[in-house]
Ligand binder design. Structure first.
Ligand code: 4NP
Length: 165
C-alpha cells in the first residue's frame, strides 16, 4: 500500500507549522487516510525545541476543533529530507533555510503551502506566504487557520493520485 509523508515547516515550529499539522491530521483522519498520509512538522530555528505550540495558536485551533496540545517543537534535520516526500514551507524565508540544508537531489521536495490552495479559493489569490503571526494579534492566528484549512484540502486532493498510482 502506497503512503506519502509530509512535513510542514516554519521558523519556530510553535505557530504556523503545528497549526498546519493539526489541520492536516484532522482532515486525513476524517477522510480515513491516516494510514496513507503521514504528517509531521518542524522549525528551521532552534529556539522552541521541546515546547508545546504557542497558547494563542492552541486556543484558536481548539475553537475550530483542532487539538495541538500534545505537539512539541523540533528543529528540521538533514535526515528529514530522506524521511519525507514533501517538506512544505510556510514562507520564502523557510524555503531558503531548507534549501541551505537540503542535499541537492532532494530539492524538488521543498514546496510552499499556499501552492496547494485550490484556484477556486479566490480569497487567497496572489498570496504566496503564510504570514508569521507570532508578533501580531489574534487575527493573524485566524488567517493562519483559514489558509491551512484551504491548503490542506488542496494538498490531500493533490496527493490522492499518488496514493492510487
Ligand atoms: P512560527 O512562529 O514560525 O509560525 O512558529 C514563530 C515563533 C517564534 C518565533 C518566530 C516565529 N521566534 O522568534 O521565537
Amino acid at each position: 500500500m502506497k503512503t506519502v509523508s509530509v512535513c510542514f515547516v516554519c521558523l519556530g515550529n510553535i505557530c504556523r507549522s503545528p497549526t498546519a499539522e493539526g489541520v492536516m491530521r484532522h482532515l486525513v483522519d476524517e477522510m480515513k487516510l491516516a494510514d496513507r498520509i503521514l504528517v509531521d512538522s518542524a522549525g528551521t530555528g532552534d529556539w522552541h525545541i521541546g515546547e508545546a505550540p504557542d497558547e494563542r495558536a492552541q486556543q484558536a485551533a481548539r475553537q475550530r476543533g483542532y487539538e495541538l496540545a500534545t505537539l512539541r517543537g523540533r528543529q528540521i534535520t538533514v535526515a528529514d529530507f530522506e524521511r519525507f516526500d514533501l517538506l512544505i514551507a510556510m514562507d520564502e524565508r523557510n524555503v531558503a533555510a531548507l534549501h541551505q540544508l537540503c542535499p541537492p537531489a532532494q530539492h524538488d521536495k521543498i514546496r510552499l503551502l499556499l501552492e496547494f490552495v485550490p484556484q477556486t479559493e479566490s480569497r487567497w489569490a496572489g498570496a504566496c506566504e503564510v504570514v508569521d503571526p507570532y508578533f501580531g494579534g489574534a487575527a493573524g492566528f485566524e488567517q493562519v487557520l483559514d489558509q491551512c484549512e484551504a491548503a490542506c484540502r488542496g494538498l490531500i486532493a493533490a496527493l490522492r493520485p499518488q496514493l492510487l498510482a
